[in-house]
Design a binder for this molecule. Structure first.
Ligand code: S3P
Length: 173
């Protein structure tokens, strides 16, 4: 069942489907949808890779934490987060205390497929071996995803509607 604050927050690696699931879930539950990356782009007026270029990953992470704080102030929304949101303890605490957290887990093979055409993810753009990068990031972050989550949904090979149904059931809707 949902925690007292009824936001649903999606976490998981790049390519796990947070944005697609979040959009559809918001439609189904009749809530507003926000994506931390999209909101950072809207607020700054520049792309995420540009922020990485100018301010480095550290600058991006500061903006990400501020955005998460701001979105957590809005009640009853669906939030999709960037894949690296869980690396900071401050973020993990914000997530745990401000919503029902769903970890969309995926096989590395699926993440590779889903991100194959991506040109906007600096950590993949900089990489000469995307599969290794995705695998290494997942290994480093897996425990954080699991520890932060109220619900883990394995999305590997699943259709969108079945993922949505699992989450709906868990939040009691
Ligand atoms: C990142 C994931 C991206 C974005 C940034 C860093 C990461 O979000 O926040 O490129 O560290 O895994 P998506 O998970 O939505 O691709």
């Amino acid at each position: 069942m949902v925690k007292p604050v009824q936001n649903v927050i999606l976490i998981g690696p790049m390519g796990s489907g947070k944005t697609s699931v979040g959009r559809r879930l918001a439609c189904v539950l009749k809530r507003d949808f926000f994506d931390t990356d999209f909101e950072i782009v809207a607020r700054t007026g520049v792309a995420i890779d540009h922020i990485f270029d100018v301010e480095g990953e550290e600058g991006f992470r500061k903006r990400e934490t501020q955005m998460l704080k701001d979105l957590c102030e809005i009640p009853n929304i669906i939030i999709a987060t960037g894949g690296g949101i869980v690396i900071k303890e401050e973020n993990r605490n914000l997530l745990k205390h401000n919503g029902f957290v769903v970890y969309l887990s995926s096989s590395v093979e699926q993440l590779v497929k889903r991100t194959a055409k991506s040109k906007t993810r600096p950590l993949l753009e900089q990489s000469t071996n995307r599969e290794k990068t995705l695998r290494d990031l997942l290994t480093a972050r897996e425990d954080f995803y699991q520890d932060t989550a109220d619900l883990i949904v394995d999305t590997t090979g699943k259709k969108l509607y079945s993922i949505i149904n699992e989450i709906k059931k868990a939040v009691g809707q």
